[in-house]
Design a protein around this ligand. Structure first.
Ligand code: HPA
Length: 279
């Protein structure tokens, strides 16, 4: 897929891809969940699950990151029919913005109305601690890319669309209420999305802090732009996997990120189990 795609081209590919997904065994999930680095195990908790590898879907790229499985899992979780992306596509893997957005567009086409994006992130805000969760209130797209580039307005979707309240205010309230109930340590803050794969320099983290960013990561922003373009409602949750570069002398590394995420899987699963029935 080239960097620039008109919506007609994208739509043709989506038609082929959604056929490959079949009718999801007659299921009609309205909620999709993208599992971030180290958080993929939650997909194993789905009841009556059907797995569809990304490699079986025409026009879709697959995950190349060791911690991302690379399949859709459709099944029941917390009493809801959901579809999970067990592994996401990152820009740093060499995927174009359009390729990163493709599964989101596919989910919208399949009738998904709500997207829950999760990720492991570094904390810029010094009040945050490793293992805490951050409900994303807003984002700064510092990837230098945007999946809507080249996509003209269509009957259903505008080229120019609002990114105000992109992270649904009602969903954020629900997440706070569940965190209180489940005694999960949460914050609410701004996520700055970078392309990666190098971690940031301490100078970059200082700059991001001065812009109002609380957490930093290498995903999410392009997915959320694509989701809002197609009018999906979005909830974003970051797991604080490390302090960002330079904070208290921190120098993040990939193994640390995965270790923390894996250790927080149970809390994460409890948190989501509480949230899902309320969306
Ligand atoms: N920076 C960017 N991406 C990340 C980080 C970080 O510190 N931690 C987890 N993903």
């Amino acid at each position: 897929m080239s960097e620039i795609n008109t919506f007609d081209e994208i739509d043709e590919n989506l038609a082929v891809a959604s056929k490959a997904l079949g009718n999801l065994g007659g299921r009609r999930p309205e909620i999709a969940l993208i599992l971030g680095s180290g958080l993929g195990k939650l997909a194993d908790e789905l009841e009556d699950a059907t797995c569809i590898p990304y490699t079986s879907i025409p026009h879709m790229k697959t995950s190349t990151t060791q911690s991302h499985v690379g399949q859709f899992v459709c099944g029941r979780f917390a009493g809801k029919e959901i579809i999970v992306m067990q592994g996401r596509l990152h820009g740093y893997e060499g995927n174009t913005s359009s390729e990163v957005a493709f599964p989101i567009r596919l989910l919208a086409r399949l009738g998904v109305k709500t997207l829950i994006v999760t990720n492991a992130a570094g904390a810029i805000n010094e009040a945050y601690e490793v293992g805490d969760f951050c409900i994303i209130s807003d984002h700064i797209n510092f990837t230098g890319r945007n999946p809507i580039v080249g996509v003209g307005s269509t009957q259903d979707f505008d080229r120019f669309f609002s990114m105000t309240a992109a992270y649904d205010p009602h969903y954020r309230e629900v997440a706070h209420a569940i965190a209180l109930q489940e005694k999960v340590q949460v914050h609410e803050g701004v996520y700055v999305g970078v392309l990666g794969p190098s971690f940031e320099t301490p100078a970059e983290i200082k700059a991001f802090r001065s812009w109002g960013a609380d957490v930093v990561g290498m995903s999410t922003v392009e997915e959320v732009i694509a989701a809002r373009h197609m009018k999906m409602r979005v909830l974003g949750i970051s797991l604080i996997a490390n302090m960002a570069a330079g904070i208290g002398g921190a120098s993040p590394d990939g193994e640390e990120v995965l270790d923390v995420a894996r250790r927080q899987q149970d809390g994460f699963s409890r948190f989501l189990k509480g949230i899902l029935p309320k969306l």
